[in-house]
Write a protein of this length. Structure first.
Ligand SMILES: [Zn+2]
Ligand SMILES: [Zn+2]
Length: 414
């Protein structure tokens, strides 16, 4: 008879924690201290770049400094240490530790630049002067593919050797909305981002850009919707017209301004690649309807040819009509029979028009980018004795500049 024993452990054992990457740091007094790489970076990143610079620039600095340190671990720069605390290697100063640089280090934890699956030597300098330098021209030796000169958005005076990441340039890129991944890939040509240990982290993308209105001005407060197979998100454009979706998994997406019928299909992101997509709100289009004698046709000119119009008659049964098929009305001319009584719905590009039909020849004039003149109305009073009305007209309406000349007294039967 089996004996009931204590329950065994359920499920798999928790995975062994990754061993922490350690670095041997040489201090000016000759002491060598071995410490975790991520801890070491806390005192390096803020010593090399102001912690309160744009966060994406600080993250780029963290990735550059981590790559530089990891490269030093793999190729020690001192006889009994990987790296030293001075400008000979990277400045290490625990007094500078700052929450903002800690945040950038954590956000990029373990991420380094890789070239051909190998750790890059993530060297950097303060200001390249507008174009970074080739490593072989500054340090001699063989050209390193990812340390060749590239353009830089910061046109300041050169400070430092000018090879690799330019710190002022990184700041300029970050101010323009670029991510740290884009900054790293700009300064280190052909480099991808990966992890020191284990497989590369799941890399996500940022989809960002501007929303413009039809006159080309930034459009704030516009709903932007991103829809994909496993990830959907909604945001609203900022006061400067920018929008941003972060942490977007690789995949194919649709981006839309649902309030304006704007849809961009087949937006494909690749791991770690960011996409800038600007969206424009289309100009409003109004339709003016004129009727005349003749056959029960709807005719008009859309302005451009080869645009399909979806027509839904009152009793259903949609069909398509192409613009540019009836050039007598214009370059985007079209014509079709509309014999049913009721509302014909025309859908053209992002627009939808409802055309009431009663068997008459109907000509449509489309006006883009203009709003129709406001409906004309009359302000009518309730009936009252003539003397009271004339009194109000003279003492109130005619003495007020806002209403002067606008009103008159009419018999009730008018
Ligand atoms: Zn050194
Ligand atoms: Zn630069």
């Amino acid at each position: 008879m089996p004996v009931a024993g204590p329950m065994g452990p359920c499920g798999p054992e928790p995975p062994e924690p990754e061993p922490e990457q350690m670095i041997r740091v040489l201090f000016p007094d000759g002491r060598v201290e071995t410490m975790p790489l991520e801890e070491y970076l806390r005192a390096v990143v803020p010593a090399e770049m102001p912690a309160l610079w744009p966060q994406e620039a600080v993250k780029a600095q963290a990735v550059a400094a981590r790559s530089y340190a990891q490269y030093a671990i793999e190729h020690p720069r001192h006889p009994d240490a990987d790296i030293c605390t001075t400008t000979h290697c990277q400045v290490y100063n625990p007094a500078m530790i700052h929450p903002a640089s800690d945040k950038a280090i954590q956000a990029t934890s373990g991420i380094i630049g890789l070239f051909a699956d190998k750790t890059i030597n993530g060297i950097f300098s303060a200001n390249c002067g507008g174009h970074t330098k080739n490593n072989q021209d500054v340090f001699g030796g063989a050209p390193v593919p990812y340390l060749q000169g590239v353009s830089c958005p910061d046109k300041g005076e050169q400070r430092g050797h000018g090879v690799g990441l330019c710190q002022y340039g990184a700041r300029a890129f970050a101010n323009q909305g670029y991510t740290y991944a884009q900054i790293i890939k700009h300064y280190y040509t052909g480099v991808s981002l990966g992890s020191i240990t284990g497989p590369p982290p799941v890399q996500t993308s940022t989809i960002f850009g501007m929303v413009f209105n039809y006159t080309g001005q930034p459009a704030p407060n516009v709903r932007v919707v991103l829809t994909g197979p496993s990830h959907s998100a909604e945001t609203t454009s900022q006061n400067d017209g920018t929008y941003r979706f972060t942490n977007v998994p690789a995949g194919t997406y649709q981006l839309a301004l649902p309030d304006y019928g704007v849809v961009r299909e087949n937006i494909t992101t690749f791991p770690g690649q960011d996409l800038k997509i600007d969206l424009t709100i289309p100009a409003p289009v109004t339709v003016e309807i004129t009727r005349g004698p003749g056959l029960p046709l709807i005719v008009g000119d859309w302005g451009t040819p080869n645009v399909s119009i979806s027509v839904t008659p009152p009793q259903g049964g949609s069909f398509m009509v192409m613009t540019g098929t009836k050039l007598e009305y214009g370059p985007g001319g079209f014509e079709f029979y509309a014999t049913e009584i009721g509302i014909y719905v025309l859908e053209i590009e992002v627009y939808r028009f409802e055309i009431p039909m009663n068997g008459q020849y109907t000509h449509l004039t489309f006006r883009k980018g203009v709003t129709p003149p406001e409906e004309q109305v009359r302000l009518v009073s309730t009936p009252m004795p003539r003397t009271q009305a004339e009194n109000i007209l003279q003492t109130e309406l005619e003495t007020n500049p806002a209403t002067q000349g606008l009103f008159k007294v009419l018999p009730e039967n008018r």
